[in-house]
Design a protein. Structure first.
Lengths: 405, 387, 231
């Protein structure tokens, strides 16, 4: 009990003395908060990107691509293959008895990001960004149960009508309801805006497959087949069926897995950039913390020695100093996390996805788990920055209590 | 003894503190050096694109193909000097993750258009033009996989099927190596014959991915571009013709705002050291108030003391920053090898180093300004407590 | 062996403004110190001893009146001119020595020579001479923290002498030293006065120290109360 009291007393003295070294302490707090902000901004970007792609895949949806294609972009599937899949086992049937299979076409068109629009608004000068135009089969809507049309209506089959993803509409110029959009040689009318759980699909344009095939000269060619499964176990049956038919040289995975794999590459990259940067910067902040704490110990040397003189232990000086350092770094960590939250959380970014070769719009997302990583980094800086000065504090000779001129 | 000696002694008065400051500055300049080099490589790669080279792509997007027939039509446009064309093959070696930028090209015209970018020895050149089953390998790829001229290498495609056996594999013989002629030239590629590709693929016959052309003069660029795009207007494949520079910029912009991210990170790193070092310098000079007063008493003019303090922060900045840039240079050299395809021409260049030195001087001046000013204004009578 | 006038204070007033109050330290003070004099200044705290030394040494300026040194006005000099003047004409010796902790004894002594045009070898010769004069030739490479108070004060004396000033100003030079060390230092000052003709003004609390001076001035509330007391 006595030991605890001692520690409490010394800790209070240390922490109360922080305002005396206001600027030095502040510089440590700011330095730590900048480090945490840089780390969290990157991690929030990675988390947001991952969330967007993770949210895309359904576990009970199979996606089939040409064997070895890796991504929809590289794939090629012919009509006959699509027909064979409709008869495959494990595929769910709709209320009308038709199998929920959607052969889809994947065309890359271009659009203009609002963020890159020149100041004078001249669309001709604006750089173009890749956008996915997806042709949906007749069951294209039915295979995606989470779909919500938030504005307008579904496109009518056989017409040049477009459904626009919510994220794409927010990020790109000229996709409002009723707008006429020129894609390649053809004109399209935006008739609806959809949301689909914040997934990648919200960065896409959707239209009727035959029309897309026609206008982009891709008759009878698809890039992927999506099929709703009767259950998570049905994937095996479908895989066996495909493997046993020589006409079906297809790779079968669940959509969830397909997008998770795509997500991991980019978000890994972002994390791989964020951590080394933050750790390098943490060394800088550590230098600041050590400096602050050494000067704190020097400033309190007489005080500490006096306490030792009247019987306080070296341990309490050690822990008190360490506590001061941790308090400062914790403050820095919290400030950094709050700043990241205010400045970045909810911010949309978009990047070119390596696998789909088109823009994916995502939202920075500062999850509590991510924020915690930032705080932990701050505390590590505080701990290392406090231990050495605390060691010195614990070993201040008692004669210092008498002071020197 | 000189002023420099005094300055040096003062700087290392508290060795640990000075070392910590140097470490903080060091780290910031490592970050600056590496990120600055990456930014420069991206920017410079685009800037270095020849002024009189245009890229013709499908108007829908650059990954839609163009009919092969367009090549001769474009070549006939007035002001066009040479046209060449390429197609994306989606190539990889052994494992689908080992992607290689693989292009089917017309050897002769391709090597002509890129004569100032690539150095190819005459024998390799000759083999590549005349032997249909050969490929020209960029230096970076040849080094990575240890390929030598004469090696037969199976290259896979994640898009196309080889008509010969229904596989995705094309066996190609290394005709030679293409070496970079400029710092920023990317040599992470494989080139093979369009003719070979066109005849062996199962779909997309008689198309090309895009065309690259040289105009007689950069002044003609706009005219030529308009002439080409007008020619194919309202056809099944409309074209978009733009300068290689604009094309590169648009592609970079798709990745996101790299420049902004780099600026923010470097800015945060510099803000950190500015806080830490600035504060420490103030503290360090405050500790020496009495000594400065004594120096003034001895007859040292104020400006000389001002210069000393400023010199001290400047020296601190350089002692931390220069090694930081040196390490950044080493890191960039290592990184350049492993990231040669993502960021061609990555190196710590003179402009980046020069700007870095500028930042060091600026950092030294800013962190030294307040304490130097304090020292300049310091009143002997008050500082020595002689009232 | 005092001679012509070295320092002359004519009607010197010094006032400080502190908050709303104006504190008057000197009101029309006059003082003449001939060259070669050794003056001890005594007086209670707050009597103006230190301010007098500040004015004589040109680190502070009078509010009114004229100060002449060697026939030339110093109270009209600018800050920069004063610094140069101090470097050439005045040596300072402080109670707490005020040596640079980062410099060795020899470097401390050499410090004022940075303000001169002497070459490297001349500076070296002078430093050696000054250090042997104060009996510390052996300690040239020691740092202040490695020396006793008496030794540090001797280094400070060597530093004050190095640029060969006419005037030495000492502020409680023995205030931090024991009796016998103090006597050594005072004897050294006396020697400098007698043999080298240095004019010395020394502020002290210690009547024993004052005995080494040629005369003692008593300062109280900004006025000299006793004029002469020849040792």
């Amino acid at each position: 009990m006595r030991a605890l009291n001692e520690i409490a007393v010394v800790t209070t003295i240390c922490i109360k003395s922080i305002p005396q070294r206001f600027w030095t302490s502040l510089s440590t707090v700011v330095a730590v908060s900048l480090v945490v902000t840089v780390l969290l901004a990157f991690l929030a970007m990675a988390a947001g990107f991952q969330q967007t792609l993770r949210g895309t895949g359904a576990k009970d949806m199979a996606i089939m691509l040409r064997a070895g294609a890796q991504a929809e972009l590289n794939s090629g599937i012919v009509r006959n293959q699509a027909r064979l899949i409709e008869e495959a086992p494990g595929v769910l049937k709709g209320p009308d008895g038709k199998p929920l299979v959607s052969p889809e076409l994947y065309v890359i068109v271009d659009g203009i990001k609002k963020s890159t629009l020149p100041a004078d608004g001249d669309l001709k000068k604006a750089p173009r960004a890749n956008v996915t135009l997806r042709g949906l089969g007749p069951a294209g809507i039915a295979v995606r149960p989470g779909l919500k049309i938030v504005e307008g209506r579904q496109f009518n089959p056989g017409t040049n009508e477009l459904l626009v993803g919510r994220a794409l509409q927010k990020d790109f110029v000229g996709f409002n309801l009723g707008d006429t959009v020129k894609l390649g040689n053809s004109s399209w009318v935006v008739v609806g805006v959809f949301e689909l759980g914040g997934s990648v699909f919200e960065s896409e344009l959707w239209a009727d497959t035959p029309v897309v095939q026609d206008l982009f000269h891709r008759q009878n060619v698809f890039q992927s087949i999506r099929a709703r499964l009767t259950g998570p176990d049905a994937l095996g049956a479908l895989k066996d069926y495909v493997a046993n038919d020589p006409q079906l040289k297809l790779d079968v995975t669940t959509e969830a897995e397909y997008y998770a794999q795509q997500a991991s590459r980019t978000s890994d990259l972002i994390q791989k950039l964020g951590w080394p940067l933050a750790i390098a910067m943490a060394f800088g902040a550590l230098a600041g913390a050590l400096n602050t704490m050494y000067s704190s110990v020097a400033a309190r040397a007489q005080e500490i020695a006096t306490l030792r003189c009247i019987g306080f232990s070296g341990t309490s000086s050690f822990l008190g100093t360490l506590a001061e350092s941790l308090v400062l770094s914790l403050a820095g960590g919290v400030v950094g996390a709050l700043f990241t939250w205010v400045a970045f959380d909810g911010l949309t970014g978009s990047t070119l996805s390596g696998a789909s070769f088109s823009q994916i719009v995502f939202t920075f997302h500062l999850t509590p788990a991510v924020a915690l990583q930032g705080i932990v980094l701050a505390l590590v800086v505080g701990f290392i920055g406090g231990v050495l000065p605390a060691w010195r504090a614990a070993r201040i000779p008692i004669v210092e209590a008498y002071g020197t001129p | 003894m000189s002023d420099l000696y005094l300055l040096w002694r003062n700087l290392f008065r508290r060795k640990l503190r000075t070392f910590l400051m140097m470490l903080a500055i060091f780290v910031a300049f490592v970050i600056y050096g590496v990120l600055g080099s990456i930014h420069y490589a991206f920017q410079h790669g685009v800037d270095q694109a020849a002024d009189n080279r245009l890229v013709v792509t499908n108007k829908i997007t650059f990954i839609q193909p163009l009919p092969f027939a367009y090549v001769s039509k474009v070549a006939a446009v007035k002001g066009v000097k040479t046209v060449t064309y390429s197609s994306w093959f989606g190539g990889y070696y052994q494992d689908a993750r080992n992607q290689i930028g693989t292009f089917a090209v017309d050897p002769e015209s391709y090597m002509e258009v890129f004569r100032d970018t690539l150095r190819i020895d005459p024998a390799a050149r000759d083999t590549f033009i005349h032997d249909r089953t050969t490929m020209l390998v960029g230096e970076a790829i040849a080094t990575k996989y240890g390929w030598k001229p004469g090696d037969r290498i199976p290259i896979n495609s994640n898009i196309f099927t080889n008509k010969a056996d229904g596989s995705h594999t094309w066996e190609l013989t290394v005709a030679g190596i293409a070496y970079p002629k400029t710092d920023s030239a990317n040599t992470s590629f494989i080139l093979f014959q369009h003719e070979n590709f066109n005849e062996s693929k199962t779909f997309g016959k008689d198309t090309v991915g895009w065309m690259t052309l040289e105009t007689d003069s950069a002044d003609l660029n706009d005219k030529v571009a308009t002439a080409i795009d007008d020619m194919f207007a309202n056809s099944t494949a409309e074209t978009n013709t733009q300068s290689e520079k604009a094309f590169g910029k648009a592609f970079l912009a798709q990745l996101g705002n790299i420049a902004l991210i780099i600026t923010l990170v470097v800015g945060a790193a510099f803000a950190t050291i500015l806080m830490i070092v600035g504060n420490t310098m103030v503290m360090a000079v405050r500790e020496r108030t009495k000594e400065i007063a004594v120096l003034k008493t001895l007859g040292f003019p104020s400006w000389r003391i001002w210069r000393q303090v400023l010199g001290e922060s400047l020296l601190l900045s350089l002692l931390g920053g220069v090694p930081g840039l040196v390490l950044a240079g080493l890191l960039v050299t290592v990184l350049a090898k492993s990231a040669s395809s993502a960021i061609p021409g990555l190196a710590l260049t003179m402009p980046v180093m020069g700007l870095g030195l500028g930042f060091m001087v600026l950092l030294g001046l800013i962190t030294g300004f307040l304490p130097a000013w304090t020292a300049l204004r310091l009143n002997i009578v008050t500082a020595l407590g002689r009232l | 062996m005092t001679g012509q006038t070295l320092i002359h204070l004519q009607d010197v007033s010094k006032r400080f403004v502190k908050g709303k109050d104006t504190i008057t330290i000197f009101d029309h003070l006059g003082l003449t110190i001939p060259a070669g004099d050794f003056v001890a200044v005594m007086g209670p705290s707050g009597s103006g001893k230190t301010t007098l030394l500040n004015l004589l040494g040109g680190i502070d300026q009078p509010t009114e009146g004229a100060i002449t040194f060697d026939g030339a006005r110093v109270d009209t000099l600018t800050e920069g001119q004063l610094a140069r003047w101090r470097a050439h004409n005045v040596g300072f010796i402080f109670q707490f020595y005020n040596l640079m902790p980062t410099l060795s004894a020899a470097r401390n002594v050499e410090l004022p020579l940075l303000l001169t045009a002497f070459g490297r070898s001349e500076r070296k010769r002078r430093v050696e001479a000054a250090l042997s004069l104060v009996g510390l030739a052996e300690r040239a490479n020691h740092y202040p923290r490695e020396m006793s108070g008496g030794q540090q004060q001797r280094v400070a004396i060597a530093r004050a002498l190095i640029s060969d000033p006419k005037l030495l100003l000492c502020d409680e030079p023995t205030g931090d030293l024991d009796r016998s060390t103090a006597d050594e230092i005072l004897a050294m000052l006396q020697l400098l006065n007698r043999e080298m003709g240095k004019t010395i003004v020394m502020v002290t609390h210690d009547p024993e120290a004052a005995k080494y001076a040629r005369r003692t001035l008593h300062l109280d509330k900004g006025r000299f109360t006793e004029r002469e007391m020849v040792a």
